[in-house]
Design a protein around this ligand. Structure first.
Ligand SMILES: Cc1ncc(COP(=O)(O)O)c(C=O)c1O
Length: 390
């Protein structure tokens, strides 16, 4: 049968790769409420604890009263309201760029940029562990598709040197979403300069978290002027929803004219933009959030290492525990759930085969005692790395 979907689903289940949403009965924050029980939430991307911040909520509610709920159309028809414009200007100013452009989410931003900038005769160069939306954007663009070993600048340089493509775009996560490590942006920028290529950084997980003012990976690594295309999301460190691309006026005008995922879709609600204006200024000014994260990260890493867990090379709030086998990761996630902790088991195809993991994420909404409680639970369930394939 051509459409034997039930067989595909059964196979997924057998592989321990079946996924299901957890239905939460409360906001994203320190805790998650599921089926009447409260869990410590160690799996959101709300790194700064802004998703349920009273001032951000207040801005959102006020803006709904002023601007309504739906934007009513795409940006270029009549969906672009004053808060959208203000947020684009605020993002550009914060990030030291000439201009910025909002997208409804990060997936769309990545598809839009890559299809607008690339086509046949061009080439795109990806880190092997890049986010799915970057890989999909590259495929959709029709450009030649190259992948280099994770964080390997000399492999990239070799590929660039061998390429005779018209345009060469190098694309990388700033902070890798499932590993928490950072890309060597300065080395990439040098390889791009030497080979007439452009560098695009998806800083979904760096924005708000890295650099003294939360400007993310490119500022933290001192390469802001050498990264022509900077993409960021609003639904992680900034606690709201949506995404943007920042760069030169010419880049942004190009996206307005040619990025189909900007042109042919309804603009995000203006209230989301208004709420983000507040969360952006909190992310910039409330240094205590990043300072607290540093303390929590150090505490977690020291404790987990002492318990004998395999930590990844990460100094960011993404602190995955490498487990290995899919089934074991599932069992451990369930055991931690029974202990009162919500931590998702991340399995292939999101991560490579044999590298299933518990993706622990820390947030400024957590307390040190939460980390201690998690470490105690980990000791109890006693998970260790099994047949890790890297
Ligand atoms: C690195 C990276 N880029 C892009 C996205 C997509 O962003 P959004 O959730 O806004 O679609 C995500 C995660 O969702 C991500 O982790």
């Amino acid at each position: 049968m051509a459409f034997d979907l039930a067989a595909d689903l059964a196979a997924r289940r057998e592989q321990h790769r079946y996924r299901q949403p957890v239905i939460q009965d409360g906001p994203c924050g320190r805790y998650a409420v599921v089926e009447g029980r409260r869990y410590l939430n160690f799996c959101s991307n709300d790194y700064l604890g802004l998703a349920n911040d009273p001032a951000v909520i207040n801005a959102f509610q006020g803006a709904v009263a002023d601007w309504g709920v739906g934007s009513g159309a795409s940006h270029l028809v009549c969906g672009h309201q004053r808060p959208h414009q203000q947020l684009e200007e605020a993002l550009a100013d914060h990030l030291g760029r000439e201009s910025a452009l909002l997208f409804s989410n990060g997936y769309m931003a990545n598809l839009g940029v890559m299809t607008a900038l690339l086509g046949k005769g061009d080439a795109v160069f990806h880190d092997r562990l890049n986010h799915a939306s970057l890989l999909d954007g590259g495929l959709l663009s029709g450009a030649r598709f190259r992948r280099f070993a994770h964080n390997d600048a000399s492999a990239l340089r070799g590929q660039l040197q061998r390429s005779d493509a018209r345009r060469k775009l190098v694309v990388t996560d700033g902070v890798f979403s499932m590993d928490g490590d950072v890309a060597p942006l300065s080395d990439y920028a040098a390889a791009c300069d030497d080979n007439d290529a452009w560098l695009m950084v998806d800083d979904a997980h760096g924005l708000g978290v890295l650099d003294a003012q939360g400007r993310g990976s490119v500022v933290a690594q001192g390469v802001n002027e050498r990264v022509p295309v900077l993409m960021g999301t609003l639904g992680k460190g900034l606690g709201t929803a949506g995404a943007f691309v920042a760069g030169s006026h010419v880049l942004i005008e190009t996206l307005i004219q040619f990025a189909r995922t900007y042109i042919y879709t309804t603009a995000m609600p203006a209230a989301v933009a208004s709420a983000t204006l507040v969360s952006l200024s909190k992310a910039r000014e409330e240094h205590w959030r990043r300072e607290k994260l540093v303390v929590l990260i150090q505490r977690f890493r020291a404790g987990a290492a002492q318990l004998g867990f395999t930590l990844m090379d990460s100094a960011t709030p993404i602190q995955p525990l490498l487990i290995g086998a899919d089934q074991q990761a599932m069992v451990l996630s369930q055991q931690l759930r029974e202990q009162g902790f919500l931590i998702t088991a991340i399995r292939p195809p999101t991560v490579p085969d044999g590298q299933a993991r518990l993706r622990v994420t820390l947030s400024a909404a957590h307390e040190e005692s939460d980390v201690d409680a998690l470490l105690a639970a980990l000791e109890k369930v006693g998970c260790r790395t099994s047949d890790v394939g890297r």
